[in-house]
Design a protein around this ligand. Structure first.
Ligand SMILES: [Zn+2]
Length: 298
């Protein structure tokens, strides 16, 4: 263990993992420092979290090693090592798409039976569509396991730049089934506070819209609900994605009270589905990419 407990919101701690956005391939890059890998005992595939996800969602084998594809059915693709980090590519699954079958409502004509308009179900193209939640949940569950494992590192890494944030996710069906929370580090919160009040980080919005439109191929008309804003001179970040006031915000209250000049905890509101969760994670990856260029202190 470290000699004293260092807190991400109060101390500058060398990076042990980070996220990045791979625009060309519509996915998240997870980078894990090799010192963290060396000092973290691999999770047993008998661990309760693994067993419970396998039982609930019928996932296959869990690969716990960082030297090959990681997670359920190896959903995080091992890319190799770069600059002291082992990199994984996490493709965001499309989950709402057309399939090659005539639409049941209009029998493939694309026209509404009762008036002259387009079929309300297929939007006029005559194809059936479907939702496929399994792959989304699998990717979400792999994040949930990794982020649990990486929440409190036992040892400091030799990375030359700071950890910008930590995130935790849950994977479940039903209400709040895609919840996530975390901490923005001291250097990240200072950087956020240096941005103008009401500023929108354009890289986050752009990436979240790309991620949303990629995953929700048939419901991308609500991408306008994707935005973020720095709420005040304190650098408090709010992020919104489609849903019922769905998004991330600074966590207030109790022990989580925020003080100026420090990092802070964030929480979520009404993140019910894994596509909303992964869209927010893509936004946090974009936040990493922007902030990493502009924060150098360690
Ligand atoms: Zn139709």
């Amino acid at each position: 263990m470290m000699e004293h407990i260092r807190m991400l919101t109060r101390d500058i701690i060398p990076c042990w993992y980070e996220l990045s956005w791979a625009a060309e391939h519509k996915g998240v890059i997870l980078r894990v420092h090799k010192d963290f890998i060396r000092d973290t005992p691999p999770l047993s595939d008998e661990a309760p979290i693994i067993k419970s996800y396998q039982k609930q969602f019928k996932f296959g084998t869990f690969n716990a090693g960082f030297d090959r594809d990681f997670g359920f059915d190896g959903a995080f693709l091992h890319l190799g090592e770069k600059d002291g980090f082992v990199e994984f590519f996490v493709k965001l699954p499309a989950f709402h798409y057309f399939i090659d079958k005539p639409c049941e409502r209009c029998e493939g004509t694309g026209k509404d039976k009762f008036d002259d308009g387009e079929c309300l179900k297929c939007g006029g193209n005559g194809l059936e569509h479907r939702y496929e939640w399994q792959e989304l949940r699998k990717v979400s569950a792999c994040f949930s396991v990794f982020l649990m494992l990486a929440h409190y590192p036992e040892v400091e890494t030799t990375a030359q730049f700071p950890q910008l944030m930590t995130v935790r996710t849950i994977t479940d069906s039903g209400m709040h089934g895609g919840s996530l929370d975390g901490e923005y580090s001291l250097p990240l919160a200072r950087w956020l506070a240096s941005l103008p009040e009401n500023y929108e980080i354009p890289e986050m919005t752009m990436v979240m819209r790309q991620a949303w439109e990629h995953m929700n191929k048939l419901s991308n008309m609500d991408a306008y609900q994707i935005w973020n804003s720095i709420a005040s001179e304190h650098g408090w970040l709010n992020v919104n994605v489609p849903g019922d006031a769905c998004g991330l915000h600074p966590a207030h209250g109790g022990e989580y009270d925020m003080e100026d000049g420090w990092g802070y905890k964030f929480g979520c509101h009404n993140v019910d589905r894994p596509d909303q969760q992964l869209c927010l994670l893509a936004g946090l990856a974009a936040l990493h990419d922007r902030a990493r260029k502009e924060i150098n202190e360690l």
